[in-house]
Design a protein around this ligand. Structure first.
Ligand SMILES: [Fe+2]
Length: 265
């Protein structure tokens, strides 16, 4: 095991369509994602794994072919979890086999990644099933001597936006009850909220990451689109459990092509 950190690139809420010109709230989502990937290549490469934390498509089963076209030749694993706009059966069919992995766990150096499925059919809100919570508990026990990053699509803490907080994780207490039984979780990471945030809870860093397309205005009571550009997050997972991370907004990355240390989230 080397001392070099494990770099994870998180792209979230891609909202792709089969149609390359497909737009969501005025933003061409494929072009926006391509700009985020270009910015990541310029400012955050190389990474050891790519993490797509849900809403890979916008309610469009044909959108997964775009995901495969963009990432199918990746030389590193592409971990995927479903969001409320995903079509889970189509996702599993199109993204079957390496480099893709849907959910489950993965080991990188001194770290274990646990990818949770909070998708519920027929609602934008998320929920972790008893089986998924049990799987998390078991994965954390197996990784007792390791550092762990846990990710899911839905936000387990309030975002502070009344409209958005109606579609968060419905059973966050059950999640935190499991996390609190273990002392190896360093990061809890999610998408869904289309905005950047970072907080600390009992030594665990809680992080949300902007979308690769349109953003939501923080702390807005009603639905509002932010003017911020596409964004993504990189995380450096150190063997001693330390985590360095930053959110990169696309214009920023292109202005600073060799800068790996971007503005803190
Ligand atoms: Fe989304």
């Amino acid at each position: 095991m080397t001392d070099a950190p494990i770099r994870i690139l998180q792209l979230t809420d891609l909202h792709l369509y089969g149609d390359a010109a497909g737009r969501l709230r005025g933003v061409a989502t494929l072009a926006a994602l391509e700009s985020a990937i270009a910015a990541a290549r310029a400012s955050a490469a190389p990474w050891q794994a790519l993490l797509l934390t849900g809403d890979l498509v916008q309610d469009d089963r044909t959108g997964y072919a775009r995901v495969r076209a963009l990432f199918g030749d990746s030389s590193v694993p592409v971990y995927c979890i479903p969001g409320n706009h995903d079509e889970v059966d189509a996702m599993q069919a199109e993204l079957a086999g390496p480099p893709f992995q849907i959910g489950g766990t993965a080991r990188h150096g001194a770290w274990t990644l646990v990818m949770l499925d909070s998708y519920q059919r027929g609602t934008a809100a998320g929920r972790l099933s008893a089986a998924e919570l049990a799987r998390l508990d078991a994965a954390l026990a197996v990784a007792a001597d390791r550092h762990v990053l846990v990710c899911l699509h839905h936000h387990p803490v309030l975002a502070g936006s009344r409209w958005l907080d109606r579609s968060g994780l419905e059973n966050p207490d059950a999640l935190f009850e499991v996390l609190d039984r273990h002392n190896n979780v360093r990061v809890l990471l999610w998408g869904h909220v289309h905005q950047s945030s970072e907080a600390l809870r009992r030594g665990v860093r809680l992080m949300s990451t902007p979308s690769t397309c349109a953003q939501f205005e923080p702390y807005s009571d009603s639905f509002a689109v932010d003017v911020r550009p596409p964004g993504f997050r990189w995380l450096d997972l150190h063997a001693d459990g330390r985590v360095e991370t930053a959110v990169v907004w696309v214009g920023e990355a292109l202005e600073q092509p060799s800068e790996r240390r971007a503005r803190p989230a």
